[in-house]
Design a protein around this ligand. Structure first.
Ligand SMILES: Cc1cc2nc3c(=O)[nH]c(=O)nc-3n(C[C@H](O)[C@H](O)[C@H](O)COP(=O)(O)O)c2cc1C
Length: 166
């Protein structure tokens, strides 16, 4: 089972997540090639059983380079893909100390919805989606991020081979 992983990490956190995914999916029997999107041609990607796309959030969106890359994808209709972003951890309100709800976050944080729409336009089938948080702009990654990547890898590998694990 071959997985091609494309990320656009600037400060290294997304690259670290990609490497952990490669390791975890490898333990489950997948071969994962990790690339930064600046080194890849979206119209000529190597064949794979599944593609993972990853972007940092920027001003509520995936970074421009990722939007352009996904807009130019040329893969067979129905190709399987998965999305794993890196996003900033929500901050508590300065006055109330209360964290924004999912609904409130969704008003400005559209990183994954935009990626999903681009993938849908490209005719791909998404089988998994998650985000890994950074506690500050340049990291570090949130506590427990490795476990989150592991369960994402399990989901992706399961969906790629098309069987349910126990
Ligand atoms: C100018 C700028 C704007 C950002 N805006 C957002 C944002 O709107 N939402 C978000 O989740 N993260 C935002 N971030 C934080 C990035 O998500 C974070 O830096 C990135 O995920 C870290 O991953 P990397 O080390 O792989 O680049 C922003 C970062 C920068 C530098």
């Amino acid at each position: 089972m071959k997985i091609e992983y494309y990320h656009a990490s600037r400060f290294g956190n997304g690259a670290e997540v990609a490497e952990e995914f490669r390791r975890q999916a490898g333990l489950l029997g997948a071969t994962v090639e990790v690339h930064h999107i600046r080194d890849a041609d979206p119209r000529n990607l190597p064949s794979a059983d599944l593609y993972v796309f990853s972007s940092p959030g920027q001003w509520g969106k995936p970074i421009k380079r990722v939007r352009r890359f996904l807009g130019e994808l040329d893969l067979p209709a129905g190709t399987k893909c998965a999305v794993l972003t890196t996003e900033i951890a929500p901050r508590p309100d300065k006055q109330t100390g209360v964290l924004p709800t999912e609904e409130e976050q969704a008003k400005w944080q559209k990183v994954r919805p935009i990626i999903n729409e681009l993938l849908e336009n490209a005719g791909l089938t998404r089988v998994a989606e998650d985000r890994i948080l950074v506690t500050e702009i340049r990291g570090p990654l949130e506590d427990g991020w490795e476990a989150k990547v592991r369960s994402f890898a399990e989901q992706v590998v399961t969906e790629t081979v098309g069987v349910q694990t126990q």
